[in-house]
Design a protein around this ligand. Structure first.
Ligand SMILES: [Zn+2]
Length: 490
């Protein structure tokens, strides 16, 4: 039997606020256990939560970026469950009235794009962390994360394959990072995915029983977990079995999923409005403010790069894949003083091929080890690269010399002008000097000269190469071509 896969996704994105959702404690990752706690996030009796205004602003901004409707009237609810890292024994979340609803985002490129609908995005607080690694065998709880603001973003079951689900996750992460509301750091748990997945006979209308996969923190694992789950469910169904509605965990070492618990229904949580928090009203003005603070979306930036800089779809894709790379590219182009169309393609090549190549190779450290650098760590600043490209454009250095100069700039942090001056790398465009080199090359290669003069034009390239070589790569190639054409025929 052929089955069709139906996937929906829940993402928990940690909002980049300085303090927690309902108290003033900090949200820095990796601090000493329980050092960022207070009576509110420890769930002491008698304390009162206060809503973090920044978290609300970020949620509204994210919602607008995801084309959601922002609810003017919001309510926080208590979601009850017992777990040692949840000191209140309930989590403050949103239930009937989430802050954002009915949005969408697009995956895929022009022509093959698909819209994934977002059912809702709501604000809630995170739980703490249980640690089971004590030497004594005891378990410990770290409540630093308890109360950290999360935006839970839930899609409709619109994805039909693990690849589509991963494309959605990447697009969502890019949007949240571009809006500066989440750092997208999956290793630190700032962006966690929970796919729910079901199979149904191909062409069927009704959904199959869905299985939820819990808190996966890398795109690679999320894909592997979904692929495993498709195989497992196909086998169960083919053998005449039934899929149990349950939550499963991905075991990275075994490469398989295992039952964590049978799935609860919403009524199991006994949601009710949190009496400690008044309903939250979001005014038109606040939504307008958020609209003004919206940053350019990755897809819009891609389109703009193609139009404004005259780049290919591919180049625009490489540059906009990372916000910092896109920013670097734009600063370099602007710093050359030329128009975007004049310099766009050239700067794009130098950034995506040469500079990213050097960054990828990294810079050896004192102990001899090498680690790739990010564009933010580049020893060559945008203005310095722009200066080099302007020198090349003016003909002061040739293309091949410019590459050597960039490597030197990368290694030493010196400016292009300093390196060119110190090493005498200025391009030779002077006709007298070039003619002298050409005469020498012709004298040394009488055989090739005779071949050329007898009509074998392919030898021309040989002469260009020889002249470039004896000039140490400094000869202006255009001038060399022009002079050779004249001299070889004489
Ligand atoms: Zn606190």
């Amino acid at each position: 039997m052929a089955y069709e896969v139906v996937i929906g996704l829940e993402v928990h994105a940690q909002l980049l606020t300085a303090s927690k959702m309902f108290c003033g404690c900090g949200t820095v990752f990796g601090t000493a256990p329980n050092s960022q706690t207070c009576p509110v996030c420890l769930g002491m009796p008698g304390v009162l939560p206060v809503i973090n205004r920044k978290a609300v602003e970020f949620a509204v901004r994210a919602g607008l970026a995801l084309h959601c409707t922002v609810a003017p009237m919001n309510r926080f609810a208590r979601k009850h469950y017992f777990y040692p890292d949840l000191p209140k024994n309930y989590q403050i979340s949103q239930y009937e009235l989430p802050i954002c609803e009915h949005g969408w985002l697009e995956i895929g490129q022009n022509g093959t794009s698909k819209r994934i609908r977002i059912r809702r995005a709501h604000l809630e607080e995170d739980a703490g962390k249980n640690l089971h690694a004590g030497i004594t065998g005891a378990s410990h709880v770290d409540l630093n994360r308890a109360g950290t603001p999360l935006l839970e973003i839930v899609t409709e079951p619109d994805m039909g394959s693990p690849d589509e689900a991963v494309a959605y996750l990447k697009a969502l992460r890019d949007i949240l990072v571009s809006q500066k509301v989440c750092d997208g750091n999956m290793e630190e748990g700032s962006f966690r995915c929970e796919p729910n997945l079901s199979l149904r006979p191909a062409g069927a209308k009704e959904f199959g029983t869905k299985v939820e996969l819990k808190n996966i923190n890398s795109f690679k694992f999320v894909k592997a977990a979904m692929e495993y789950e498709i195989k497992r469910q196909t086998k169960v169904l083919n053998e005449g079995g039934k899929i149990a509605q349950e939550t499963r965990l991905w075991d990275t070492e075994k490469g398989e999923t295992a039952v964590m618990r049978s799935k609860e229904e919403a009524h199991d949580y006994r949601y009710f409005p949190d009496p400690d928090l008044v309903p939250l009203r979001i005014s038109e003005e606040m939504i307008e403010e958020a609209r003004k603070s919206l940053q350019e979306l990755p897809a819009a930036k891609h389109k703009r790069f193609v139009e404004e800089y005259g780049l290919s779809d591919y180049d625009a894709g490489v540059l906009t894949a990372e916000k910092d790379v896109a920013g670097y590219f734009e600063t370099v182009t602007r710093s050359t003083g030329c128009s975007p169309k004049e310099m766009g393609k050239e700067v794009s090549n130098w950034v995506t091929v040469e500079l990213l190549g050097l960054l990828h190779k990294g810079k050896p450290r004192a102990d001899g080890s090498v680690e790739p650098l990010t564009i933010g760590q580049s020893p060559v600043l945008p203005q310095a690269l722009a200066d080099l490209l302007v020198m090349k454009r003016k003909g002061d250095v040739s293309g091949s010399i410019a590459k050597t100069v960039l490597e030197e700039m990368f290694a030493t942090g010196k400016s292009a002008a300093e390196i060119v001056k110190a090493k005498g790398l200025t391009q030779v465009s002077d006709e007298g000097a070039l003619e002298k080199i050409i005469d020498e090359v012709m004298a040394k290669n009488p055989q090739q000269l005779a071949q050329y003069r007898s009509g074998k034009e392919a030898v021309f390239g040989f002469f260009v190469g020889q002249v470039m070589k004896s000039s140490g790569g400094k000869a202006n190639p255009a001038k060399v071509n022009e002079l050779l054409k004249r001299k070889l025929v004489q």
